[in-house]
Ligand binder design. Structure first.
Ligand code: ACK
Length: 304
C-alpha cells in the first residue's frame, strides 16, 4: 500500500490476499451502525471451520463518498496489521457484489455500554470476588482497559496511523474483557504527512478533541493522546458523558481558558494526574502512548 512507484498494483495485491469467497460468509442480525455503513453478525466457513465474525457493509443509501470511506477503512486495516488490542481484519469480499469487510467479533460489546451497565455486570462480580479487599470499583479491571487501549494505540502510532475518534464508544471488548480499539473509519495513514490538517468539517467528536484539533484543525498522534485522556476519564466515570450539562461551544470556551474535566468520583489522584497530563495545551508536553501504558502498568500493581 505504501509503494510510491506502484501504489495501484501493491494495493490490489494486498487486497487479493485478504479476499473471502462470498459463498463462505453467512450474514446474520444487525449489530449496529458504523461510520459509513452497518455492522452485522456473520458466520464464516473456512476449511471446515465455522467462526463468528462481524461484517461491515454499506447501507443501501450509501454514496460514493461512503464507498471510498469503507474501502479506506479496509486499506488502513491491511496496513496496520495485527495486534491483540486492535480489532483485527479477517478478510473482505471486494468482488461480485457490495464491499464487505470481515473483522473479528468482540463478544462483550462496546466499552461504554459495559461501563454503563456497571457493577451489575457478571464479570465485575467475578473480578471483585477474586480481589482480597473487594474494592467498590473493579479498579484493576478499569486500569487494565486503559493499559489495553494504550497498547493498541502504541501499535497504531508506530504504524504511523492517527485514529482521530478515540472514545469509549469505539472500544470493543473481546473474550476475557480484552479491550480492542475499533472503528478506523476516521483514521488516516500519515506515512507521508505526519500532521494531518483537516480542511472540511464533518460531524466532529468535539468533547474528545485536542486543543489544536478544536482550534487549528490539526490532528497528530499527540491529539489521539488527548482523546485517550478523555477515554480514561470515561472509564473512571463509568461511562458518563464528558462535560455533561454544557454545550459543545461552552466546552470549547472552557478548554481555551485552560479549564479541564474534573476528577470523577472515586478516581485515584495519580490516575487523574495522568489524564490531565494528556490535556496539556502543548502536544509535546503530553505523554506518549508507550509512556501511558508503562504508567498504568505501574499503577495497576497497587490494586492487585
Ligand atoms: O455496543 P455494541 O453492541 O458493539 O454496538 C456497537 C455497534 O456494532 C456499532 O458499532 C457493534 N460492533 C461493531 N463492531 C463489532 C465487532 N467487531 N464485534 C462485536 N460488535 C461490534 C458495537
Amino acid at each position: 500500500l505504501r509503494n510510491q512507484e506502484e501504489p495501484q498494483k501493491t494495493q490490489v495485491m494486498a487486497l487479493n490476499f485478504w479476499e473471502i469467497p462470498r459463498a463462505s460468509l453467512k450474514l446474520g442480525r444487525r449489530l449496529g451502525s458504523g461510520n459509513f455503513g452497518q455492522v452485522r453478525l456473520g458466520e464464516l466457513r473456512q476449511r471446515g471451520l465455522t467462526t463468528t465474525v462481524a461484517v461491515k457493509t454499506l447501507k443501501d443509501s450509501a454514496s460514493d463518498f461512503d464507498q471510498r470511506g469503507l474501502l479506506g477503512e479496509l486499506e488502513i486495516m491491511v496496513t496496520v496489521g495485527r495486534h491483540d488490542n486492535l480489532i483485527s481484519l479477517v478478510g473482505a469480499c471486494t468482488v461480485d457484489g457490495p464491499l464487505c469487510i470481515v473483522v473479528e467479533y468482540a463478544p462483550n460489546g462496546c466499552l461504554k455500554g459495559w461501563l454503563k451497565a456497571g457493577p451489575n455486570a457478571e464479570s465485575v462480580y467475578r473480578n471483585q470476588a477474586a480481589s482480597k479487599s473487594g474494592p467498590q470499583l473493579p479498579m484493576e479491571q478499569l486500569i487494565q482497559f486503559g493499559i489495553d487501549v494504550a497498547s493498541g494505540m502504541s501499535h497504531l502510532a508506530a504504524m504511523q496511523c492517527i485514529h482521530r475518534d478515540l472514545a469509549a464508544r469505539n472500544i470493543l471488548l473481546g473474550e476475557n474483557l480484552v479491550a480492542k480499539v475499533s472503528d478506523f473509519g476516521l483514521s488516516r495513514d500519515i506515512f507521508e504527512d505526519n500532521e494531518y490538517n483537516r480542511s472540511t468539517k464533518g460531524r466532529l467528536p468535539l468533547r474528545w478533541m485536542a486543543y489544536e484539533s478544536l482550534f487549528y484543525n490539526v490532528y497528530t498522534t499527540q491529539s489521539d493522546v488527548w482523546s485517550f485522556g478523555v477515554l480514561l476519564w470515561e472509564i473512571m466515570a463509568m461511562g458518563k458523558r464528558p462535560y455533561e450539562g454544557i454545550s459543545g461551544k461552552e466546552m470549547m470556551d472552557m478548554i481555551e481558558k485552560g479549564g479541564r474535566l474534573e476528577n470523577p468520583r472515586g478516581c485515584p489522584g495519580e490516575i487523574y494526574k495522568l489524564m490531565t497530563s494528556c490535556w496539556m495545551a502543548l502536544p509535546e508536553e503530553r505523554p506518549t502512548f508507550p509512556d501511558l501504558k508503562a504508567s498504568l502498568q505501574r499503577m495497576s500493581q497497587d490494586y492487585q
